[in-house]
Design a binder for this molecule. Structure first.
Ligand code: ATR
Length: 272
């Protein structure tokens, strides 16, 4: 008797743009797993009832994207440490007893992507600067702290919002961020500026030291104006596509019981 097809998906509103189905279905096929990963277009008002109904429809779990990550925290039975600390769930796993476990793998994906590009991170730990104060910034700051970065600077257009993401970082006023680059060893953009259809992040990098690295979590385009400038100055750059890929690994493993690998061929397929 053949096993039941196991289902997973990404839940968002809108969600059609998400690359996660392409990514997970590539792994399912490559690993010969009998499963399918779907786009789940769910309005905020339908979120709670969808969480209740999917486990009885052969779903082993699902990812959560904008705008549901914070709301999902209230709809699961238990959460992991990262989801609790970041205040957002991006991965839900249906446990054998039917209860829902919420986790956050964005911080993990961010760090894995840094390590895949830079190798050992020791050189970059003296001073990171995070641009932005939204959900993505919370995940990045949590990851940097966990990884032992010595100093974390945060800058955001709306100064007051920084207090909502962290109390233990050093705040840099938006108008003083260029000058603050002098001591920065790793710069990370967590805003949507530079994404297709959005204005670029207006941030000259002339004060940045030549051996500092610059990371953008935006991956469309892969080389954002910020990364293009960093590259032109000779700084190392870390693109955003790797974070998307690496954050997906723990979910896939929890749902389907096999750990997928991250390869250049996979990255190329996603960017094609
Ligand atoms: P996410 O959860 O994906 O991080 P978010 O919570 O909407 O999204 O946060 C978006 C971030 O991008 C914020 O830091 C936001 O700055 P504000 O807090 O000042 O709104 C930043 N951002 C968006 N558009 C911006 C712009 N035009 N200039 C500067 N910062 C911008």
């Amino acid at each position: 008797m053949s096993e039941k097809l196991r289902l997973a998906g990404v839940m968002g509103w809108p969600v059609e743009h998400s690359l996660s189905p392409k990514l997970h279905n590539y792994w399912l096929k490559q690993l010969g797993v009998d499963g399918e990963y779907l786009h789940l277009s769910i309005k905020p008002n339908d979120l709670a009832k969808t969480f209740r109904s999917l486990p009885s429809q052969d779903f082993v779990g699902w990812n959560i994207t904008v705008p549901h990550k914070e709301a999902a925290l209230q709809l699961v039975h238990e959460v992991d440490e990262a989801a609790y600390a970041i205040g957002a769930v991006n991965t839900v796993t249906v446990k054998p007893d039917g209860r829902l476990r919420g986790s956050n793998t964005d911080a993990y994906g961010f760090i894995q992507n840094l390590k895949a590009t830079l190798g050992d991170l020791t050189f970059y730990k003296p001073c990171a600067m995070v641009i932005g104060a939204g959900g993505a910034a919370r995940a990045v700051i949590y990851a940097l702290k966990k990884e032992g970065f010595s100093r974390i600077l945060v800058t955001n257009r709306t100064l007051e919002r920084i207090n909502t993401v962290t109390s233990s970082c050093d705040v840099v006023e938006w108008g003083k961020k260029e000058r603050a680059l002098e001591k920065v060893t790793l710069l990370i953009n967590t805003t949507s500026l530079g994404m297709e259809g959005q204005p670029p992040l207006d941030m000259p990098l002339s004060f940045l030291q030549p051996d500092a690295a610059v990371c953008d979590i935006v991956y469309k385009p892969l080389i954002t104006p910020l990364l293009a400038e960093a590259k032109q100055q000779g700084n190392k750059i870390i693109t955003g596509i790797g974070m998307l890929i690496h954050q997906a690994v723990p979910g896939f493993e929890a749902w389907f019981g096999v750990r997928p690998s991250v390869t250049p061929a996979l990255t190329e397929m996603l960017l094609a």
